[in-house]
Design a protein around this ligand. Structure first.
Ligand code: HEC
Length: 441
């Protein structure tokens, strides 16, 4: 079904070409969200994010990792031993990895962050120079060819030659509930068997209790925390605790919060998704901010653009990099039901649709983001207390929280991202942390 390499049209050439219009500042939200935080007096925190390769939780805690031979390794954070080594680790880990030669992926990127808060919200601003010469406005694009719709593109890991995929900026947060998260951060959620790390087969995953066909209905392994497995170390993706035990972990707050700004699947509506990691990477309860615009059974899109709003029913290749044109498909804003007679062969539609979410899954709905001269700027705005302690980490002024930031850049997914080492953020000046947020307003 998914066509990766044989994109019949010259999508890759179009994407590689310079932008068809000169736009120096492109608002990813199409004017929907403006941040009103004054960042002038908020210190800039520079961090190098590095490619983590195949380094898993299991490896970190095995004798193969020399750190484990040091006295009281368990009580030390990655930064205790690796502060300032991010670039070197990234260069080491990208070498001979899949995207090293073929796509020239760098081992690390430099990013700037600012942390601010008022009595109600935490604001995290992130800025980084992106690998692609255009903002990531597309994800699963579909093309009509000889009367048939096909999904094209895909992420760079699987399709280094003609990828089409969004970029991402993700925050993982804990409040001290998850044993070892303060020390080992996002590596707690990274295990062999997951997608692109010695991936478990669909058949084996489907047969599992709790996450397989009799449980969540999944057929792959995504992020999970070791507490949800009966064995903490080793190859343990299939060693699930019982549903009852996992429900208890969730009730005890032993999950980590994971929020992802997605350049195509959430940015256009000013959103970031809202999920958490426990036995799997899961969405918070409620309605998610994006979904498929493709009826896989019938092989046709659900919606197309409403011409009376956008001036067009479908997209042409030239629109991909035409920043004067909004190309996001937003349910109820610029959509109309799919009508085959209105679309020409060779035209495209977004395979995903943005929409207004609901409930705890839509907490992050005022995220400002832009792409200016090759740099992304994303401003996360997150309620300190979302009112949903069952799937969010509740923060408060004066508290200290464990953070890990990831950036998926250059149309990559899964482990082909860049990550910080875990660090602590104190909310407000009267808190403790390696970074203190500045009280504004
Ligand atoms: C107590 C100190 C210590 C801690 C804590 C520690 N490490 Fe290490 N780490 C080491 C030492 C020592 C080496 C070996 C360095 C060398 O051979 O030059 C190493 C090597 C590595 C390497 C290189 C792997 C390779 O292929 O050679 C990576 C990646 C790494 N550590 C990641 C981490 C991460 C991520 C964390 C936190 C989850 C962490 N380390 C925590 C001490 C530590």
């Amino acid at each position: 079904m998914k066509k990766f390499i044989n994109v019949t049209k010259n999508v890759a050439l179009v994407l590689a070409a310079s932008l068809t219009t000169t736009v120096s500042a492109y608002d990813m939200t199409d004017g929907r969200v403006k941040s009103d935080v004054n960042w002038e007096n908020v210190p800039v925190v520079q961090k190098t994010l590095f490619f983590p390769g195949m380094i898993t939780f299991d490896w970190i805690n095995s004798p193969a990792h020399k750190g484990t031979t040091k006295p009281s390794f368990e009580t030390k954070t990655c930064s205790n031993c690796h502060q300032g080594e991010e670039e070197g680790l990234g260069n080491l880990l990208i070498k001979n990895d899949r995207l090293d030669k073929v796509a020239g992926k760098p081992g690390s990127i430099a990013a700037e962050f600012q942390f601010a808060n008022d009595s109600e919200y935490l604001y995290v601003k992130g800025t980084w120079e992106t690998e692609s010469p255009f903002p990531g406005r597309m994800h699963d694009m579909i093309i009509l060819e000889d009367g048939k719709w096909t999904i094209i593109g895909g992420d760079k890991g699987k399709n280094p030659y003609t990828p089409i995929y969004e970029d991402r900026f993700s925050l993982m947060i804990d409040d001290g509930s998850v044993d070892q998260f303060a020390q080992q951060g996002c590596w707690m959620s990274c295990h062999r068997g997951e997608r692109d790390i010695g991936q478990a087969t669909k058949r084996d995953v489907s047969a599992l209790p709790v996450i397989g066909k009799d449980g969540l209905g999944k057929n792959d392994i995504r992020k999970y925390l070791p507490d949800t497995r009966t064995e903490r170390y080793g190859l343990n993706w299939d060693k699930l605790k019982t549903q009852k035990e996992i429900d208890q972990l969730k009730a005890d707050g032993k999950f980590v919060d994971l929020m992802q700004w997605r350049s195509a699947r959430s940015a256009p509506t000013g959103a970031a998704d809202d999920g958490y990691v426990l036995e799997y990477r899961l969405n918070d309860s409620g309605k998610t901010v994006f979904t498929w615009n493709f009826d896989k059974k019938k092989g046709v899109p659900k919606y197309m653009f409403d011409k009376s709003v956008t001036g067009f029913y479908a997209l042409d290749e030239a629109d991909f990099t035409d920043l004067s044109k909004s190309i996001a498909l937003i349910e109820g804003v610029n959509t109309m039901p799919y009508d085959a007679s209105k679309i020409k062969d060779g035209q495209y539609l977004q395979g995903r649709i943005n929409r207004e979410g609901g409930g705890s899954a839509s907490d992050n709905n005022e995220i400002a983001s832009s792409w200016t001269d090759g740099k992304y700027t994303v401003i996360f705005k997150r309620k300190l207390d979302t009112g949903s302690p069952e799937d969010d980490k509740i923060m408060k002024v004066g508290g200290t929280y464990d953070f890990n930031i990831a950036i998926h850049d250059g149309m990559a997914t899964t482990r082909y991202h860049f990550v910080t080492l875990p660090f602590t953020v104190g909310i407000g000046e009267n808190s403790e942390g390696s970074v203190l947020s500045t009280t504004v307003k």
